[in-house]
Ligand binder design. Structure first.
Ligand code: SF4
Ligand code: SF4
Ligand code: SF4
Length: 301
């Protein structure tokens, strides 16, 4: 991936030098070789810190939210999932297209840095195969959807017919079994909100979970408050989740959040689809649950 790094540096230098962007977002090397963290270059002298390697997994599109109220022109490197995040932000009116210069990288798939930390900690047996991160094994679009410049050879989607396999297994459970399943996983949640913070689709300025008057969800990690948190967040993701897998990747207690997101994707596809969030950018187009037509079926009301 050295070629990609060099190309990114070349583009960043050009854009910063000619004043086309004020900030260029990419990744820099972390403390360990298996860590890459977001890095924002503001001067040509910073550009040599930019890297692209198999641990550049963090979805950078979420970082654009820090600049949504500014005027800066921003260069940003995107993989397939990051680019779908940008479509999400454009559709949600969070940032203007003309402020962005998007450098797409056809993504060869990333490794999981947390797995690498475990493998290198000496506390766990090293995983036999520390291949692609889970979210990359499930990736339906590794190629950037939206870009001004593209780097790398077109990649093949990695998930096949098995995409909703686990969702179907859960759908086939009895109601009691399903309740038990979700009670078990949600009881582990410590409500750290890492899944919300990392999510590009969670971009409301005031989040219902932070409100105190009224307080919609209690601060306790009781099972009812945890259910409330996950059900509300899930319903806000319907038709909007771009399947980047970041929420599940950062969860410290390994809650399989993508199961919930995939159930919503499957249902939105069935009832409103075919529809994949963030896969196409058409200026002014709204996701299915943000648009209304008079002939919409509404017999659920
Ligand atoms: S989810 Fe797809 S685009 Fe995103 S890092 Fe993994 S392989 Fe690349
Ligand atoms: S990241 Fe995991 S533990 Fe934290 S709030 Fe989300 S689901 Fe709960
Ligand atoms: S809910 Fe998870 S998978 Fe969906 S957009 Fe947010 S972080 Fe990505």
């Amino acid at each position: 991936m050295t070629d990609i790094t060099l190309k990114i540096r070349e583009i960043a230098t050009r854009l910063l030098q000619n004043g086309q962007v004020d900030i260029f977002m990419g990744w820099e090397k972390g403390q360990e070789e298996y860590q890459a963290r977001p890095f924002f270059a503001r001067r040509v002298e910073d550009v040599d810190k930019l890297i692209f390697n198999e641990y550049s997994i963090h979805n950078l599109s979420n970082d654009l939210l820090k600049y949504r109220d500014g005027q800066e022109k921003i260069g940003i490197v995107v993989k397939g999932c990051d680019s779908r995040g940008i479509v999400r932000l454009l559709q949600d009116g969070q940032i203007k297209r003309e402020r962005l210069y998007i450098v797409g990288v056809a993504c060869p798939g990333m490794k999981d840095p947390l797995q690498a930390v475990k493998d290198n900690s000496g506390f766990f047996p090293t995983a036999a195969d520390s291949g692609l991160a889970k979210k990359c094994g499930d990736c339906i679009e590794p190629n950037p959807i939206i870009y001004d410049e593209l780097i790398g050879e077109k990649q093949t989607p990695r998930v096949g017919e098995e995409r909703f396999k686990l969702v179907k297994e859960i759908e086939n459970m009895s109601v009691d079994q399903r309740y038990q399943f979700f009670e078990d996983i949600f009881s582990r949640c410590i409500r750290c909100y890492a899944c919300r913070q990392v999510c590009v689709a969670c971009n409301c300025r005031t989040c219902i979970f932070d409100e105190m008057k009224p307080q919609w969800v209690g601060r306790e990690t009781s099972i009812s408050d945890n259910f409330m948190y996950h059900l509300v967040r899930a319903s806000h993701m319907a038709g909007r989740c771009i399947e980047c897998g970041e929420c599940e990747r950062v969860c410290p207690v390994n809650i399989p959040l993508m199961l919930i997101n995939q159930k919503l994707i499957k249902d939105v596809n069935k009832f409103f689809g075919p529809y994949e969030a963030g896969m196409v950018y058409i200026e002014g187009a709204k996701p299915p649950l943000s648009s209304y037509q008079e002939n919409d079926p509404d017999n659920f009301l």
